[in-house]
Design a protein around this ligand. Structure first.
Ligand code: PLP
Length: 378
């Protein structure tokens, strides 16, 4: 019997052990050492972020954002309901009331056209999520934010090396966050990045990053003693994570090319089948690029999705679905007072993600198995 094709398999470039050894050899294993600096320099040079800080996760980077914009109990933050928990949690734990927005009909990203109706005098920020690495309409979102004096924090967890009209995602809002969790394009097990695009946040971000101390300034020789000056936490990863991540960054173009190829193979291989079965394949709007983060399909019904997943599991293929609308989560449902979010619920019930990783060897077999599925055969 063929081996199970998993949903995800973290890619290892082969250089990780070498750089880990270098980090060990250097004698500096805690955070903010040479590899942290090399990774941050790479991000700043390649994508033009004003300042970046490695974090232990994207969740941590989002928590730093909540602290940086001074979220207070009662403040409102607009977040799509169809997203990973952290997008909302990071702000909710600082006391924000989360105002959930619906998704677009053609794409799981936030519906820009309904945002303005959700703004009140208590609104502090909008947190668009670039789902599947595909850009939200950032011109529209930034325009709304400017007119209402709101912060924009891009949850670019899935959006490394992806663009909105030639601008790198994560570089457009006041702040942007990335994830290097093992399910993302480049990874170090658990890891993340805060991109700071608004100069006003740079100095304080370093303090929040280092347990509320001005340690970073001290080590640059800018001040002669350091101490507790603000809120914060231990958001910086050790050099072990940073050295691992550096190996991945060096291979980024190779990884991206391979992932885009996998994406295109799925798209070309499934197009005809999808049309016949009323399944929708991903849409990449003109303003966006595709970074090969994931391949998803929208099934015509929840029943279709269940039958398809069961069918593929019998062929030893492991597709997954995700995101129970956050406004319906156990934690938030009793606090939610907004409208029914039709599209978010629709994606929760019908979206399925196909196995997607660098070493995906039997993609033709997966495509053939999907093409042999039709709901009329049940
Ligand atoms: C993966 C992901 C996160 C969380 O990233 P971590 O690094 O695991 O904290 C947040 N938001 C989105 C949209 C994600 O896909």
């Amino acid at each position: 019997m063929e081996q199970m094709i998993p949903f995800n398999k973290p890619y290892i470039t082969g250089k990780e052990a070498h750089y880990l050894y270098k980090a060990v050899e250097s004698g500096h294993l805690s955070g903010n050492g040479q590899f942290t600096k090399r990774c941050q320099a790479y991000f700043e040079e390649r994508w033009g972020f004003k300042k970046t800080l490695l974090t232990t996760s994207c969740t941590d980077a989002l928590e730093m954002c909540a602290m940086l914009i001074n979220i207070q109990p009662g403040d409102e933050v607009i977040v799509p309901s169809y997203t990973f928990v952290s997008t909302a949690l990071a702000f909710a734990r600082q006391g924000a009331h989360i105002v959930f927005a619906d998704s677009r009909t053609d794409h799981p990203g936030i519906d820009e056209s309904i945002l303005e109706a959700l703004i009140t005098t208590k609104t502090k920020a909008i947190v668009p999520v670039h789902y599947a690495g595909i850009a939200c309409d950032m011109d529209k979102i930034m325009d709304i934010a400017d007119r209402h004096n709101l912060f924009v924090i891009e949850d670019a967890a899935q959006a490394i090396d992806s663009y909105y009209r030639d601008k790198p995602l994560g570089s457009i809002g006041h702040l942007g966050t990335f994830s290097f969790h093992e399910t993302k394009n480049i990874q170090c097990g658990e890891g993340g990045l805060l991109a700071i695009n608004d100069e006003r946040f740079v100095q304080r971000a370093e303090i929040i990053w280092e347990k509320g101390t001005n340690r970073a300034e001290f080590f640059r020789g800018e001040i002669n003693k350091y101490g507790w000056v603000d809120t914060g936490s231990s958001f910086l990863p050790s050099e072990l994570n940073a050295s691992f991540l550096f190996a991945q960054l060096e291979e980024l173009d190779n990884i991206q090319n391979r992932r885009k190829e996998i994406w295109q193979n799925y798209y070309d291989g499934l197009k005809e089948w999808a049309r016949k079965n009323k399944v929708e394949l991903p849409v990449v709007p003109d303003h966006a690029t595709n970074n090969g983060h994931m391949f998803y399909m929208i099934c015509p019904s929840n029943k279709f999705r269940t039958l398809l997943i069961d069918y593929l599991k019998k062929q030893n293929i492991n597709p997954v679905f995700h995101y129970l609308s956050l406004h319906k989560s156990d934690y938030y449902t009793h606090k939610y007072k907004g409208n029914v979010l039709i599209n978010s619920d629709m994606y929760s019930e019908t979206l399925v993600r196909l196995p997607f990783y660098y070493d995906l060897h039997r993609q033709e077999a997966i495509i053939d198995d999907i093409k042999s599925f039709s709901i009329t055969s049940f």
